[in-house]
Design a protein around this ligand. Structure first.
Ligand SMILES: C[S@@+](CC[C@H](N)C(=O)[O-])C[C@H]1O[C@@H](n2cnc3c(N)ncnc32)[C@H](O)[C@@H]1O
Length: 329
């Protein structure tokens, strides 16, 4: 047993903490000795990250947020709308309050998740074999690697999120082999996030990559989102694709945006950007057909009428064309 592990065990006597050998890597698990404790089980890639998840304040400095079950949480409210099982009373209450006034929000969440699957299929069909899923959320079948691997069996995926519950689930359920990485990262610090992705060794940054930010960017301020997108677009190798879905203020009932702002409270802002502002996130890229459209209208397998005109969610996929040799006479 390493000294650091022993130190952590002494520091958190309420948890059983051990190291597990996985194919090609180790992971660390902490499990509460008592029931009803949150977090009950934490799985982390290294001991610093484990300490961060068990101890609220250092978590913030590791880019990973502390677990809080009394405030509505982005990933868990979304899981509730998707009829997933990982949510607490505070999430259900906040998510239900929104559904009372805007029942179509659950349908929009499902349409978004279906878009993720169609977009990943599209990328895999067009030769993309490595993906970064930023703001990946709680596992939701099919997950990105499952869709990609249905087309390219060896596809590589790094899942990134700042929520320790999301990361624990991802490590336990999604990191099934060495070609899948799970890292803590905050898109508001994109350079650090990209360093964490590089640290997994899963993604080769000089090769085309599918970069996904779905149902994420409306949780940033306008300045944070614009700055993050500039860094990510620059990082993407030629031949890469950028996949975005996001809520928009264009055509959305302002009351829904206000309700969402109230629901997420101190956790995150909810910023409604216009269609034009969202289109600017694809600057320098070529939007693939049909362009930036309502999420249900992006290459649907079967045409469906929109369920709502009150809660608009836009989706688009941008291609970074390989540079062509400059023309010379
Ligand atoms: C609504 S879920 C979307 C899940 C998935 N991308 C999808 O479209 O189905 C948004 C996720 O983004 C994560 N998130 C929120 N702010 C973030 C940030 N600044 N950096 C990274 N992840 C963030 C949340 O923790 C949550 O898991």
């Amino acid at each position: 047993m390493g000294e650091d592990l022993a130190v952590l065990q002494a520091e958190f006597p309420a948890f059983r903490i051990w190291e597990e050998q996985m194919p090609g890597r180790v992971r660390y698990v902490a499990r509460s000795r008592a029931d009803g404790v949150n977090p009950h089980t934490v799985i982390a890639a290294d001991l610093d990250e484990l300490r961060g998840a068990l101890q609220p304040s250092p978590a913030a400095s590791s880019g990973e947020h502390a677990v809080c079950t009394t405030e509505p949480n982005i990933a868990r409210m979304y899981a509730y709308w998707l009829q997933g099982k990982d949510h607490y009373a505070a999430d259900r209450a906040a998510a239900s309050r929104i559904l009372e006034r805007f029942p179509e929000v659950a349908e929009v969440a499902r349409a978004n998740r279906a878009f993720v699957t169609r977009a990943v299929r599209y990328l895999a069909d067009h030769g993309i074999t490595q993906f970064i899923d930023i703001g990946s959320g709680l596992p939701a079948s099919p997950n990105v690697h499952e869709t990609a691997r249905s087309i390219t069996p060896g596809a590589r995926v790094v899942y990134v999120d700042l929520d320790p519950v999301v990361l624990a689930h991802a490590r336990a359920l999604l990191a099934v082999d060495d070609n899948i990485g799970v890292v803590a990262g905050d898109v508001r610090d994109p350079a650090r996030l990209l360093r964490a992705v590089a640290g997994t060794g899963v993604i080769d940054s000089i090769r085309p990559t599918g970069v996904l930010l779905t149902s994420l960017l409306h949780f940033l301020t306008a300045a944070e989102a614009d700055a993050a997108m500039a860094v990510l677009r620059e990082w993407m190798a030629p031949g890469s694709y950028l996949v975005i879905s996001t809520g928009t203020s264009t055509g959305t009932d302002p009351e829904l945006i206000r309700l969402l702002q109230d629901a997420y409270g101190g956790t995150a802002p909810v910023t409604g950007r216009t269609e034009t502002e969202i289109a600017a996130w694809f600057d320098g890229l070529t939007l693939v057909d049909p362009g930036l459209v309502d999420v249900w209208a992006w290459r649907p397998a079967t045409w469906r009428r929109p369920v709502t005109a009150r809660a608009r969610f836009l989706a688009g996929v941008g291609f970074k064309a390989p540079e062509t040799a400059p023309w010379s006479p």
